[in-house]
Design a protein. Structure first.
Length: 366
């Protein structure tokens, strides 16, 4: 975190604390924290930005009732913990912040832990982001690394150079969780391909796909972390590399693929840092199950949860694109889903040598 950002964060936190103190001591009134409301009912599609954004609705957090006191206290405790982290010039994961602020409150029979679980702590960190307008990575709070990258790209982290092309048929490099510490030194790839899972990436990488098509392979290992999304955005917008995304043919896989392209309701306030509107979601489409003759034995029956998820997605204002409506209708009609791994039923090289090249040729990337 730069000195200027540190000072900005500390100044904002001090201003918030001073306002709370003045409300209680000088104004003799309940203090209030104003935050943007995060969730479906305050998520807005921006035609101009081509991404999900946060609307104008606000929530007020105040210790004006027994139910609200814990949340108000948790936000202040976390803000103070982050300030301490900055003062000590240290870094922590979101898990570390949970333990750093864990304590017992009350006494006797009413004694309980300050947090009921890490979810409360994570929500408090998000509240600090919203109160300050500063992403948590910039105040040195990160998550466990999960994104992986392979291909002709060199990263500089501190004084070290990470050449992601070395041994790229055998291994991938972890994407550092704080992209503020990463400098991209060189990119020689023609395009970037994102896949949902590391198991699929491993198969594609082992096939020699990177060398044959001069590609960068990325995965968020399921639900992508912020660093992976930021890496994709930087490669597309700063390095002008086309981005394509592949995920499993189920509502959850489609949702993960769209995280990269349009964003998510839970992080709509941070879309401009994380979303790559120019990314193309090429598969695995529900229609691919039948066009590529995935055997019935390799298909999975949709669960009630899958069906509810698909119906919910169909109603979203940002999911009214004819392609997505057609694919979701097909899924709801057939009630079948499929993993990218199912292509292995056609042979272990089918995915990298047949399916992916055909999809890439459709959009003129190879």
């Amino acid at each position: 975190m730069s000195t200027a950002k540190k000072q900005e964060f500390v100044t904002i936190i001090k201003r918030i604390m001073r306002k709370i103190s003045d409300d209680v001591i000088k104004q003799n009134q309940m203090p209030i924290l104003d935050l943007p409301k995060i969730g479906y009912d305050n998520t807005v599609w921006s035609d101009e930005k081509r991404m999900l954004t946060t609307g104008d609705k606000k929530i007020e957090v105040s210790p004006d009732s027994v139910k609200k006191i814990p949340t108000f206290a948790q936000y202040l405790v976390m803000a103070n913990a982050v300030k301490k982290l900055i003062d000590e010039d240290m870094e922590s994961t979101i898990r570390g912040m949970y333990y750093a602020t864990l304590s017992n409150v009350g006494d006797g029979k009413n004694r309980q832990k300050f947090w009921t679980g890490q979810e409360d702590s994570d929500n408090a960190i998000k509240a600090v982001e919203l109160l300050t307008g500063i992403p948590r990575e910039e105040f040195s709070v990160t998550s466990k690394p999960k994104g992986m990258i392979s291909g002709p790209i060199k990263l500089r982290v501190g004084g070290d150079i990470i050449d992601c092309n070395l041994g790229s048929r055998a291994t991938s490099q972890l994407i550092p969780t704080n992209m503020g510490d990463v400098q991209i030194d060189d990119v020689k790839a023609d395009f970037v391909m994102v896949v949902e899972k590391d198991t699929v990436l491993n198969n594609i990488r082992k096939s020699g796909f990177i060398q044959k098509y001069n590609a960068i392979l990325l995965t968020g290992s399921g639900e992508p972390d912020r660093a992976t999304r930021m890496m994709v955005k930087i490669l597309n917008e700063q390095w002008k590399k086309p981005v394509v995304v592949f995920a499993d043919a189920d509502p959850w896989g489609l949702g993960i693929a769209l995280r990269y392209k349009i964003g998510s309701e839970s992080l709509s306030y941070d879309s401009e840092r994380l979303v790559t509107p120019n990314a193309q979601v090429l598969g695995m489409m529900f229609s691919d199950i039948y066009q590529y003759n995935i055997p019935e034995v390799a298909r999975l029956t949709a669960s009630d949860e899958d069906i509810n998820r698909a119906n919910d997605m169909k109603k979203k204002p940002w999911m009214q694109n004819k392609q997505w409506q057609k694919e979701l209708n097909l899924f709801l009609n057939k009630k079948e889903k499929c993993e990218l791994d199912a292509f292995f039923k056609h042979g272990f090289k089918y995915l990298s040598e047949t399916y992916l090249p055909q999809k890439l040729r459709m959009v003129g990337l190879i």
